[in-house]
Write a protein that binds this ligand. Structure first.
Ligand SMILES: [Zn+2]
Length: 88
């Protein structure tokens, strides 16, 4: 039995993959159309990777698998992802 976490538990991995703080990024679930911050996602991290699910409909919105050298990023469950550009 895996205990789900919230999106903040994936903050470090998301920051590493995107090079920016992503928990405040807004994603639109491709399954139900709801929008929410990634921090609101339901996170399962016991698989060989991290799975983010929509809090509204529980559809898989993102899967991230990381090896020491590479990352696999499956975002097919998110129809868009909106986040602030770094300010210089
Ligand atoms: Zn949804």
């Amino acid at each position: 039995m895996t205990i789900p976490l919230d999106g903040n538990s994936a903050a470090g991995l998301l920051r590493e993959v995107f090079g920016a703080e992503m928990t405040a990024a807004i994603g639109r679930c491709d399954s139900c159309g709801s929008t929410a911050e990634l921090a609101q996602a339901i996170v399962f991290d016991a698989a060989p990777g991290v799975v983010l699910r929509c809090r509204a409909c529980e559809a898989v919105v993102a899967r991230i698998v990381r090896s020491p050298e590479k990352v696999w990023l499956d975002l097919r469950g998110i129809s868009y992802l909106q986040f602030d550009l770094p300010q210089s």
